[in-house]
Structure formats: C-alpha cells, structure tokens
Design a protein around this ligand. Structure first.
Ligand code: PXG
Length: 290
C-alpha cells in the first residue's frame, strides 16, 4: 500500500494529489508551512506548530479555510492512515490557484495538504562527533522585508545559504543579520554554552521562533541553567565552550567547527549531551497521541 496524503479535505494516494500550475504557492512561494515530528505515536508540540502556522498565515492574510482543531485532527488522521510510529510531517497551506498576477485576491481557495513520511536525519556520526558549519555570505532576510518569523513557502534566502554550505562540504550554514549579528542557520536555531549558561539570539533579530529552541529553553530552566537572549557578533562564537543547533529535523546537534575554526574542545560538550538526553525523554512522554 502506497503513502496516503491529506489533500484539500480528503485522504488519498499520493499519486492523486496534484497541485495546479496556477497555484500561487508554486508561482510565487505564496503560502506557509510547518515541519513537525512524531515519536512513538505522539506528535511533538502539535499545538505550538498549529499556532505558528496560523500566525504565519495571518501575517500574510491567508485564510487556511480550516480551524486549528480540524487541521490538527487531519494530521492525526494522516499519521494513522500510514501506520507510522515515528514520522516527519509537512503541513502546507498555499494561496491556491489564481491567475498569473501577484494579487492574492484572485485566488479563491487555499490549497492545503499534509504529508507524513519517514524521517531523514543527519548521519549519526555528526551527533556523536559534532558537525562543522560555515558562516554564509548570504544574510538572513531583513525583518522589514520579509519577517523571518513567518514560516513561508519562500525559502530561497535559506536555500542560497544551504548551497554555500554544501559547496563548502558542510551540512549547515550560519546566517547573520544584515547588521552582522548571529541569527540562525538555514533550518535550525543556534545556541552557545558559555560559563554554564545558554545563549541564543533574540527573536527580534530576525530568526524563526523555533519550537525546538523553545523546548530547549524550558529544559534548561528546569535544570536551573540560565538562558540569555543576546545579540552576538560572530567573534563570540569562538569564545564559547559549546555550540549546538536546534530544529525539528535535527533535534539538538553539536557544532564543533565554524569556518574550519574549533569551538571549545572541538568535541560535543557535556551540556549539549545532557540537553539531548532530556529532549529525547520529553519527546517520549509528551505529545498528542494517535
Ligand atoms: N529556523 C528556520 C529558518 C527553520 O526553517 C528552524 C529555525 C527550527 O525551528 P523548529 O520549530 O523546527 O525547531 C527552522 C525549521 C528540515 C526543515 O527538513 C526544517 C525547517 C524547514 C524546512 C525544512 O530540516 N524548519
């Protein structure tokens, strides 16, 4: 049996779910999405992902045409139909089919779909030994142009940085703000560990407000580890004891080199390791069941 997807209100075989070439999601990247994960038949932070998706949609004046409850139920239904215990879930809402002009008012109905599939992860070796990253020359979108807190279908800014990363033989690239502050990576938020504290850039600098980032902040507070939201120049990275990235796909991954320069001991550190253990425990004991 092939993969079932949820497409405009119904479950169907993936081959049957086709989007119009007039869809503004395709023509203009006009839409919003979420990447979510489930662990052992529990969806991690489904409510937070739905809240963020609806906030992204609202920021671009997109009517998803379903309530949060309806869309959450559709996610659970799709997971059940595919009998997936652990899954990567993509929820997408586009402006829908329109004409060749930019005007979203010409698009009568949003296209909404959910794909639940197996997860592809970074190689285990990178979690054990740490990951090298680069600092990309492409700066993160300025919040006055496109607010990076909107998780829109327009990811070219991040894709350009990802191309730089892979050309340099690394998996991720750190993106700075136009003003030169550390912001985030192409699909992950960044943390430093320094003197036993966590430091991560404030949302106002123009990073996506990561749901994994938020979970890590919560875990740290439970562990009585102080968390600072601070604007940092790249130079600060090299004074850190540890560095790691957080994201739905990556979870928590140690970073040991930036632009070929070593961070801390050059090996994954004890704070990163402890947070990873706590995070895994959290994914097992919380989340909407299906
Ligand atoms: N920043 C950006 C720009 C992102 O796209 C994160 C941070 C981390 O946020 P969460 O809420 O996931 O902790 C993301 C995550 C993927 C993939 O498959 C990940 C994301 C988007 C597209 C693909 O790795 N977003």
């Amino acid at each position: 049996m092939g993969l079932k997807v949820f497409f405009n209100g119904k479950l169907m075989n993936r081959e049957m779910a086709t989007v119009s070439i007039f869809d503004h999601g395709l023509l203009y990247g006009d839409g919003a999405f979420e990447g979510i994960r489930s662990y052992s038949r529990r969806v991690f932070r489904l409510k937070e992902h739905m809240d963020r998706l609806f906030a992204s949609a609202s920021a671009i004046r997109l009517d998803i045409g379903m309530t949060k409850k309806e869309l959450s139920d559709a996610v659970l239904l799709t997971l059940k139909a595919n009998k997936l215990d652990d899954s990567y879930i993509r929820v997408v809402a586009t402006r829908g089919p329109g004409d060749l002009g930019l005007d979203p008012r010409k698009c009568r109905k949003a296209t909404v779909f959910i794909i639940t599939d197996k997860i592809k992860l970074y190689p285990e070796e990178l979690y054990e030994n740490g990951m090298p990253i680069i600092i990309s020359k492409t700066r993160r979108n300025h919040p006055l142009c496109i607010d990076p807190r909107i998780k829109s279908l327009n990811y070219l800014n991040n894709i350009l940085a990802k191309i730089e990363a892979t050309s340099a033989g690394t998996e991720e690239a750190l993106m700075l703000s136009v003003e030169g502050y550390v912001v985030e990576c192409t699909g992950d938020n960044i943390f430093l560990v320094k003197g036993g504290r966590l430091i991560t850039p404030p949302g106002e600098l123009g990073a996506l407000e990561g749901i994994t980032q938020d979970a890590v902040i919560e875990i740290a507070k439970k562990r009585k580890i102080k968390v600072e939201r601070k604007a940092m120049r790249p130079g600060e990275l090299f004074k850190a004891d540890e560095c790691f990235l957080t994201g739905t796909a990556a979870e928590i991954i140690p970073v040991v080199k930036i632009d070929k320069k070593r961070i801390g001991s050059g090996k994954p550190g004890p704070v990163t390791r402890m947070l990873r253990q706590d995070f895994h425990a959290l994914t097992k004991r919380t989340g909407a069941k299906y």
